[in-house]
Design a protein around this ligand. Structure first.
Ligand SMILES: Nc1ncnc2c1ncn2[C@@H]1O[C@H](COP(=O)(O)OP(=O)(O)OP(=O)(O)O)[C@@H](O)[C@H]1O
Ligand SMILES: [Mg+2]
Length: 1080
């Protein structure tokens, strides 16, 4: 919602002087000062803006400010130049009214700045687009160019405009800028050649010398040092806060943007340089024969350089400085120039050159910025003209400038009053005439064609004969003496005869802004603005195209003997055109005021401001504005502003605004003479009525503020509460949701469990039932099968034979057996007799058969094994078997013999020649030949003997000799005794009474005891006639018959000893003890 504000809000002093109460000069100044002190530099008088120069940059021109004032009503915000610019722009765009913005004020009051602010505001708010932006940029950039060439530092202003400028900005129907036209008025060209003390020449000279590159300066034949140039005053060549070098670059850049060609810029700079050079040309007198002095150029170097710059023949120019040709209708007269005249001619040339260059610049800029379309356009004119000037010495320029200001004042008076009147008529309000000072009389004094000062001056200038400034003053004294605003000491009016403040060579005019004393010196010359024809012709002859263009009158083909119009005449004509132009437009005024003479911020010199307020007629302006009604406002904003003062209009008024305002005024009991109702506005006669309304409004606003606060607080609390409530509901909802969710999940999982259990139970139940059902079915099937079987068997029994069952049984058994045997065949163990494996039995009823088969298989396997043996091997095994039968588990020596083969012939008796005799002495085949120990019966010690065993005998022979010591026929042997222990002792017992028994039994010891005894037993058994077996006694105590004695041989276990270990000792006659170590 847009906030409706008013300039009445937060006012410092009063924003509109019309509201000043009481209206006096003091209160007026006080109000200005108060606002100025608070940085409020703008104040209104109705629609006129007063601007007080702050002399410092204020933060009130930002883009945000532009936006703030954009499309707002004039009185809606605090006074600002933007409000005026916006009002003008909007009425141009929306109401199709051409506008002009008239900026007036004295030098340094801020006119040029104000004009730039207006232009920049309009540029910011109008349309955008590539083309539009280019136009805007060109319009804005024309300012720095014109300021460089047309502005100069004066004692009053460091950037004083030394020309008048009026710029028409053209817009299309949408309000987009199309282009512009600039008009310039009377450049103060005298400044080119001479500047008052403390002032300087036009900025461009200093900018060029400071900012141009060395190369450019060289081309222009210039030196950077200001002091080298006569036309440049040195005392204030450098201005604080002005950077000439930077400005030069800005100007060049601006020229480029505006559309100047590179060579055009160069030409312009060449002309500027030429002016500087011109100033350096000096003259010296040279006496002629006729006694007169003729001028000669002193040092021709500068002349030469200038001529080179402009492409002028040096001699031509030199001659033009020495001679003057006066052309009459028929003849040409050439006169010489003295030094003074030469200087005059030089300065006139410089002034003309520069002012024509300036005019050319304006024309050139106009060419660039002129609107491209021929369509009808709306125009906003901005007038920034030099301000009213009162110097110590006021000359022709001040006269012209002040005349212009006088005209502007007049147009101001006329237009403000006319507008005021028109408004009353428009609104249907009764109008009473207001007395005000009309300066038309002063304008008439100056410009009247018959007896005006300018007409007199022109008349004097055109008059043949001697014409001087004095003759001009005389003329004025005679013609204008009666005028009440003209004062001269020599006039017939005796009033001033004794006025010593009025010198004889001066006249005084009572301008609207004060009295100004003009010194007539130079009036005629300046008005004539004479440039010797020789000089203009010399210029025309130049090869420099621009300079040729600037001096068209130098063209000899177009010699015009008519005098050119005077400067005054030209100015009057252009001011006349300007005034007519302005009158066709809707005026907007900016009245600039300079707060002090020091160009300083924060200083408000009351006397100075007072003077300006007076001559600008601002008090009168307020009075005129207030003469009818001090304040006016459209009904809508008025009702909007004050509707809270009446219950019926507050807060909404549904009927037309005017009726609302009427109700409001009636309710407030405002006296009827205090206001009038116009068609669209209410007019309030006295400011105090407005202040009454404002005061009531202020009080009401306080109440309203409380009410608003109350409502706001209530609203805020309620909103807060509602927010809390809403939040609480949201939280509660979320919490409930969460809780429900949790509960739901719990229930869901419980349900799932219950369901799963139930389903499980059901499934199990079903499964059980199905299983039961299946079993029942199976049972039923089985029963049915059995029953059917029974039935079938019963039915078919008669067809079966009686032993069918047995056959089936046998068949089954056979099948089982068959299977068993086939299976056994496949799983038979290996053929090794020592393999103990045997497959498990498959059926219990086969238990016996299985064991029997195992046994049979083993026997068969052994038989198979045996069948592989040879006869010898068989005999060996039989012997081994026999040995086993004899000794196994009976004698400790036996186990060690099992692995030893029974070799029999250990001595290889048949092969060994040593035993050849012994072998031949034995008749039978030797079955055993071994070395034995024969135990000596006396001491138990052994003597080695060879033991031979044949089928019939046991032979003992000497080992060394081989001689037979004893031979025992086997039938004489009764038994053999051996111990149970691990020894090789054996006793051969002989039959008592036998031939062999003469020497008694033999006690021997052999290393091959087991073999020897086994063989002996075998042979002995076979050798016996009666088939009696040879006894083998195994005992640890046996008797041995030694001759007559029977000796007991006792075997005891002794400690193991080294070597043989077995020891035999004779204990007594009857006991032979053999100690055998315990077997390992
Ligand atoms: N609104 C402003 N804000 C800040 N400074 C300002 C403002 N107006 C003017 N000035 C300062 O005052 C100086 C003089 O202003 P300006 O050149 O506009 O005066 P003028 O009225 O055009 O004078 P002249 O008649 O000599 O041309 C400026 O150079 C600038 O420093
Ligand atoms: Mg200016």
């Amino acid at each position: 919602m847009e906030v409706k504000t008013s300039l009445l809000d937060n006012m410092i002093g009063v924003g509109d002087m019309v509201l000043l109460e009481p209206l006096t000069e003091d209160s007026f100044l006080e109000n200005l000062r108060k606002r100025f002190d608070h940085n409020e530099i703008y104040t209104y008088i109705g629609s006129v803006v007063i601007s007080v120069n702050p002399y410092r940059s204020l933060p009130i021109y930002s883009p945000e400010k532009v936006e703030e004032y954009r499309n707002r009503n004039f009185y809606e915000l605090s006074p600002h130049i933007y409000a005026l610019a916006d009002e003008a722009y909007r009425s141009l765009r929306d109401q199709d009214k051409d506008q002009c913005i008239l900026i007036t004020g004295e030098s340094g009051a801020g006119k040029t700045e104000a004009s730039k602010l207006v232009m920049s505001y309009v540029a910011a708010v109008c349309g955008k687009g590539q083309e539009v932006n280019k136009v805007k940029e060109q319009l804005l950039q024309s300012n720095p160019v014109l300021e460089a060439f047309g502005n100069a530092k004066t004692v009053r202003n460091d950037n004083s405009s030394r020309f008048g400028k009026y710029m028409d900005i053209e817009f299309d129907f949408k309000g987009d800028p199309l282009g512009g036209v600039i008009s310039n008025y009377l450049l103060e060209k005298s400044r080119v050649v001479k500047q008052p003390r403390g002032e300087r020449n036009f900025h461009i000279f200093y900018q060029l010398l400071s900012g141009a590159s060395d190369d450019t300066l060289k081309k222009l034949k210039l030196d950077r040092d200001f002091s080298k140039y006569n036309y440049l005053s040195l005392d204030s060549a450098v201005v604080n806060g002005l950077d000439d070098a930077t400005s030069f670059r800005t100007v060049k850049n601006a020229m480029q943007i505006v559309g100047f060609m590179e060579d055009e810029v160069q030409s312009v700079l060449e002309l500027v340089a030429a002016v500087l050079k011109l100033g350096n040309i000096e003259f010296k007198p040279e006496s002629r024969l006729n006694g007169t002095d003729e001028s000669r150029v002193k040092d021709k170097n500068d002349l030469k350089e200038m001529c080179e710059l402009l492409g002028i023949e040096q001699t031509v120019l030199e001659r033009a400085f020495s001679y003057r040709t006066v052309e009459a209708k028929v003849e040409k007269v050439s006169t010489t120039l003295n030094v003074a005249q030469a200087y005059y001619a030089r300065d006139a040339l410089a002034k003309n050159l520069y002012s024509r260059l300036f005019s050319w610049l304006v024309t050139r800029i106009n060419e660039s910025i002129k609107a491209q379309t021929k369509t009808r356009h709306k125009v906003m004119g901005v007038l920034d003209i030099y301000g009213f000037e009162i110097f110590e010495d006021n000359s022709f320029e001040q006269f012209i400038i002040n005349y212009c200001n006088e005209k502007l004042q007049q147009i101001f008076i006329e237009l403000t009053l006319r507008e005021e009147q028109e408004e009353y008529v428009r609104e249907g309000i009764e109008w009473t005439n207001i007395e005000y000072f009309n300066n038309a009389i002063i304008c008439d004094l100056i410009e009247n064609n018959q007896n005006g000062i300018m007409a007199m001056l022109d008349e004097e200038c055109l008059r043949p004969g001697t014409v001087t400034d004095e003759t001009f003053l005389d003329k004025l004294n005679t013609v204008c003496a009666e005028h009440q605003h003209f004062e001269s000491r020599l006039s017939k009016n005796s009033k001033f005869l004794n006025d010593h403040s009025l010198p004889h060579s001066c006249f005084r005019i009572q301008h609207y802004a004060g009295k100004v004393l003009y010194c007539v010196e130079g009036f005629v010359d300046k008005n004539n603005d004479l440039l010797y024809r020789d000089l203009s012709q010399a210029m025309y002859k130049a090869s420099h195209s621009l300079i040729k263009l600037l001096f068209p009158e130098g063209n000899p083909a177009k010699v015009n003997l008519k005098r050119p119009p005077t400067a005054g005449f030209q100015f009057k004509a252009s001011v006349g055109t300007l005034m007519r132009n302005l009158q066709t437009k809707n005026p907007n005024y900016i009245r600039c005021i300079k707060p002090n003479d020091k160009k300083a911020a924060h200083i408000f010199t009351e006397s100075l401001v007072c003077h300006q307020v007076n001559y600008l007629g601002l008090m009168e302006n307020v009075r005129v504005r207030r003469a009818g009604y001090a304040f006016r406002q459209a009904y809508e904003p008025c009702l909007e502003r004050y509707k809270m003062l009446c219950k019926r209009t507050w807060p909404h008024w549904r009927a037309p605004a005017r009726e609302g305002v009427e109700v409001l005024m009636a309710d407030l009991q405002v006296p009827t003479e205090e206001f009038s109702y116009g068609r669209s506005k209410i007019f309030i006669r006295n400011p105090r009525t407005l202040f009454f309304l404002e005061e009531r409004r202020r009080q009401c606003l306080e109440d309203l503020a409380t009410l608003i606060q109350k409502i706001y607080r209530g609203w805020k609390c309620r909103t807060h509460f509602l927010l809390l409530k809403k939040s609480q509901i949201v939280i509660a909802a979320w919490y409930r949701r969460y809780a429900q969710q949790k509960k739901y999940h719990k229930i869901k999982s419980a349900t799932t469990i219950v369901q799963s259990y139930t389903r499980g139970w059901q499934a199990r139940k079903l499964l059980r039932e199905l299983k039961h059902q299946k079993r029942c079915e199976e049972a039923a099937t089985t029963i049915a099968a059995y029953w059917h079987g029974t039935q079938v068997r019963r039915e078919y029994r008669k067809f079966f034979r009686a032993n069918a069952g047995k056959k089936i049984y046998n068949f089954t058994i056979q099948r089982i057996m068959q299977k068993y045997f086939f299976g056994l065949k496949k799983t038979l163990p290996s053929m090794s007799p020592i393999d103990k494996n045997w497959p498990a039995r498959p059926y219990r009823f086969l238990d016996g058969a299985h064991t029997e088969l195992k046994r049979l298989f083993h026997l068969w396997r052994c038989k198979k094994y045996r069948s592989q043996f040879t006869e010898e091997k068989k005999a060996v095994y039989e012997e081994k078997l026999e040995a086993s039968e004899l000794f196994k588990d009976k004698k400790s020596l036996y186990p060690s013999s099992v692995s030893q083969p029974f070799k029999g012939d250990y001595l290889e008796i048949s092969k060994n020649p040593k035993y050849q005799k012994l072998n031949s002495s034995v008749e039978e085949k030797v079955l055993l030949a071994d070395v034995v120990n024969k135990i000596n019966r006396a001491n138990g010690k052994g003597a080695t003997r060879i033991l031979l065993l044949t089928k019939k005998n046991v032979v003992l022979a000497d080992q060394k000799t081989g001689q037979v010591k004893a031979s025992v026929a086997l039938p004489d042997l009764t038994s053999v005794s051996v111990s149970t222990q691990n020894d090789g002792f054996f006793a051969l017992k002989l039959k008592e009474g036998s031939a062999s028994a003469v020497k008694g039994d033999f006690l021997l010891s052999s290393e091959h005891l087991i073999e020897t005894i086994t063989k002996l037993h075998h042979i002995g058994s076979t050798a016996s006639d009666d088939g009696e077996q040879l006894n083998v006694d195994i005992t640890d105590e046996f008797l041995v018959q030694f001759k007559q004695d029977k000796v007991c041989v006792k075997f005891i276990q002794g400690a193991p000893k080294n070597g043989n270990g077995v020891s035999c000792k004779r204990k007594n006659n009857r006991l032979l003890e053999v100690s055998v170590p315990a077997s390992a």
